[in-house]
Every structure is written in C-alpha cells, then in structure tokens.
Ligand binder design. Sequence first.
Ligand code: ZN
Ligand code: ZN
Length: 247
Amino acid sequence: MVDRLANSEANSKRIGVVEACFGTAGQPLAIPGRVLIGEGVLTKLCRKKPKARQFFLFNDILVYGNIVIQKKKYNKQHIIPLESVTIDTVEDEGDLHNGWLIKTPTKSFAVYAATASEKTEWMSHINKCVSDLLEKSGKSPTGEHAAVWVPDSEATVCMRCQRVKFTPVNRRHHCRKCGFVVCGPCSEKKFLLPSQSSKPVRVCEFCYKQLSTGATLPSRSDSYNRQSSEISSNNLSDDDDDDDSSD
Ligand SMILES: [Zn+2]
Ligand SMILES: [Zn+2]
C-alpha cells in the first residue's frame, strides 16, 4: 500500500501542505519515495509539563512541531529518523493515558494519544515503518537510547540522595544517562556519551560510577515507573539550568 502511494500526486500534495505549514523555518520534506503515513495531535511529556504537539509520521521520519494555528501553522520543527527509533508502551497513570515512549540515541520522550485505538494505530504504524526501513537497509535495530527525562514536577527532592529539596536556589538537573532529576552536588560530574553529544554531558554520581567502571546499567525502561509518592503539585517554575533539549 505504501509503495503504491509513494509517488502518487495526492501524497506529494499532502507533503507539500505539511511543508508549507512549517514555513521557511522548516526543512524541505518532499523527497522521492517519501510517504506521509499519518498525522495527528499527541501530548508530549516535556520537562515542565505535558504539551500538545502536532506529529507527522512519514515512512522514514517522524516530524513534530508546536501548534501555532491548528492545521495551518506549526513551528519548532523536529525531525527524527525512524531507523533509530524504538517504541515502548507506557502504562496509564493519573491523567496520562494511551502513552508510549519514543526512544532514539539522542533523545527519548513519552507521548500520549487521545484514545486507546489511536495509540494502537500510531504504535503499529511506527513499528511497521521502522521494520520496513531496517529490512531495506539490512541494519540492525539501535541498541542504545537516550534516557527519558523524568519531568521536573515528579521530583520535589533529589532522586539520588533523597535529601536535597528543590527550591529556586537548589535547582533541578537531569542526569543524561538515567534521566533522573538530581541535585547539583549529586550531578557534578560529566561523562562522554557519544550518541548524545560530542562533549561530556551531566551525569549523576551513581551513573558516573557505573560508566567509569564500565558496568552496564539496567535499561531506562526498568526505572521509568513513576513514583507517585514523589508527585507534587508544587511545581516551582525554576528557570532551566541545563541546556534543556527537551523543549
Ligand atoms: Zn542529590
Ligand atoms: Zn544517572
């Protein structure tokens, strides 16, 4: 079905419309063989809070952006090559339902669909695109993924030492290896994680020890269980201290 559509006029027209919605700040999206599989609004769990984002699934990339005017204008375009994507379901919790993780070597995050059937549809389409791409290229799936950042609001105290309470002075930091929200003293060290940056990045004390002794860590999905005891509505709007790539 995808192949049949690949060069259809209707499909290139749709891609042209998407391209136009992002305006000149976006990348050109129309390339030979590219197919727009689906599109829709998903809630992306960002560092501060969940935000609505417009997503476009193509057969080779996933594109998303901020919604300026629904169906007309989007900005802050992000393009994720699907070849390096792995997805994982997320259990429903609190107000967040129908979610899954989008994991890539450089960045990983959770998104939520409006309904369970939408979630199933997105996940199966993404998986199909990824496996088709890998089959075509003969590559194997990406092994390493960037940590999914725990949202700021889920930690009132440092998730490593459990002692330092976050305030406008004791600011939150994110370990780039485990994604935990940690205090300054628990994340003084940096470590080179080549898939994320060419420069050493902030890691917590625990991960630093693991990384520097070469021990392997449990995968992030094992530690993604939200600890409800740490959820707090007291979400201090501290300024971003780290380079927050998670918009
Ligand atoms: Zn700490
Ligand atoms: Zn860590």
